[in-house]
Design a protein around this ligand. Structure first.
Ligand SMILES: *Cc1c(COP(=O)(O)O)cnc(C)c1O
Length: 393
């Protein structure tokens, strides 16, 4: 068993999955680019390929570098087993397509990540899977739909870009009552701030591209859950071939060593920036669960250890141009479609999370055209505040 299980998160981010020494006593995980793994002993080869003894056969199935990455996230999310994929959308797709069949029913909310929403609106219905999307914070409506029959209850909290909070314990127990697989996208919170499995979820998913990797230089996705669920997803993955590349696994692992440090700093920076923006005349509204003014503040306090690094705010004026004026004046934050990196990143829903919607559709989803999503980096917070201040004037 992995000794690191008993350590605190700061220690786990550094050591979990990396307890053993590798070939030639290397202390750091080697990037194993080899596609196949050779055997002189035919009997050993047979036993490894039948899963009767540990080892690797072919990198589309398993790979030593990828294994270490999965193990680190597994320890942090406190589940039985983990699986990975080429991106966040890759892991979400592997999980949904492996676990659902024609005739099944998914219940979820309207504010899921844009790509996930496309799976719900387009690709799952095409496979004759019924998808019911509820108002994100109407928990009674979610419970009522789940009670009508549900194979997968799919949740995400905090949401993107409006930073809404779902009550995970409450909704997971509704899902459990009807035997649904409860999935939670934990990308925004990270395992440092929130552990959905401990709140009743069956499967926790991450776009590792964001906070886990933290440096905006590698794509990846990962899921943690029971051995049974992960094994079902892996048998689908082996055939579909949606796997994590060993080099990306290495970059994500390297980034994860500082996860706990980064999140501590990003939580603090985001809190301070949210308070600063709340008192700023150029800002109409600030969405951050750490603010007592946030409607989901009490639930966030109950289920999160920290409130995360992402906030959004509505700039004065109510047009897309108003958001653009502010964004184009920012000197520090990058204008890009990403989040969760060491550098601050700002963008509008029209150019990032909701690029596929019309302004009218965004309005209907409660996303103002002058909304700006701000992913707080690890820079000095005084510099970030000064930059936002000059941009908003
Ligand atoms: C970015 C993101 C995804 C998709 O991840 P990719 O690695 O870009 O495929 C899924 N969920 C959330 C919440 C995200 O922010």
């Amino acid at each position: 068993m992995d000794k690191t299980n008993t350590y605190a998160m700061g220690t786990q981010t550094v050591r979990a999955g990396e307890e053993a020494l590798f070939a030639d006593n290397a202390t750091q995980v080697p990037v194993v680019h080899s596609v196949s793994f050779g055997y002189d002993d035919m009997n050993e080869w047979l036993e490894v390929s039948q899963g009767k003894r540990p080892g690797h056969i072919y990198t589309r199935n398993t790979n030593p570098t990828v294994d270490v990455f999965e193990e680190k996230v597994r320890v942090l999310e406190q589940g039985e087993a983990a699986t990975s994929a080429s991106s966040g959308m890759g892991i979400i797709s592997n999980a949904l397509f492996a676990l659902l069949a024609p005739g099944d029913r998914v219940v979820s909310v309207k504010d899921t990540y844009g790509g996930t929403n496309r799976l719900f609106s387009e690709f799952l219905p095409r496979q004759k899977v019924e998808v019911c999307l509820c108002d994100t914070v109407d928990f009674e409506a979610v419970e009522a739909e789940v009670a009508k029959g549900c194979d997968v209850l799919y949740l995400e909290t905090p949401t993107n870009p409006t930073i809404k909070i779902l009550d995970l314990e409450r909704l997971a127990s509704a899902g459990k009552a009807v035997g649904a697989v409860v999935m939670v996208d934990n990308t925004f919170a990270t395992p440092i701030n929130q552990n959905p499995l401990l709140l009743g979820a069956d499967l926790v998913l991450h776009s590792a591209t964001k906070f886990l990797g933290g440096h905006a230089d590698a794509l990846g996705g990962v899921a943690v859950g029971s051995k049974e669920l992960i094994s079902t997803i892996n048998s689908y993955r082996e055939i579909v071939g949606n796997v994590l590349d060993p080099m990306a696994a290495y970059l994500l692992l390297r980034g994860m060593k500082t996860l706990s440090l980064r999140i501590e700093r990003q939580n603090a920076n985001a809190m301070e920036i949210a308070r600063f923006l709340e008192g700023h005349p150029g800002v109409v509204q600030v969405n951050y669960p750490g603010l007592t003014s946030h409607p989901g503040h009490d639930i966030a306090r109950k289920q999160m250890r920290g409130f995360g690094g992402v906030l959004s705010f509505v700039a004065r004026g109510n047009t897309y141009e108003d958001a653009c004026h502010v964004l184009s004046r920012l000197k520090l934050a990058r204008r890009a479609a990403n989040l969760g990196a060491v550098e601050s990143i700002a963008g509008t829903p029209a150019t990032t999370s909701h690029v596929e919607c019309t302004p009218e559709e965004r309005q209907a989803m409660g996303i103002p055209e002058s909304l700006i999503r701000f992913s707080t980096g690890i820079e000095d917070v005084e510099d970030l505040k000064a930059d936002l201040d000059q941009a908003l004037r």
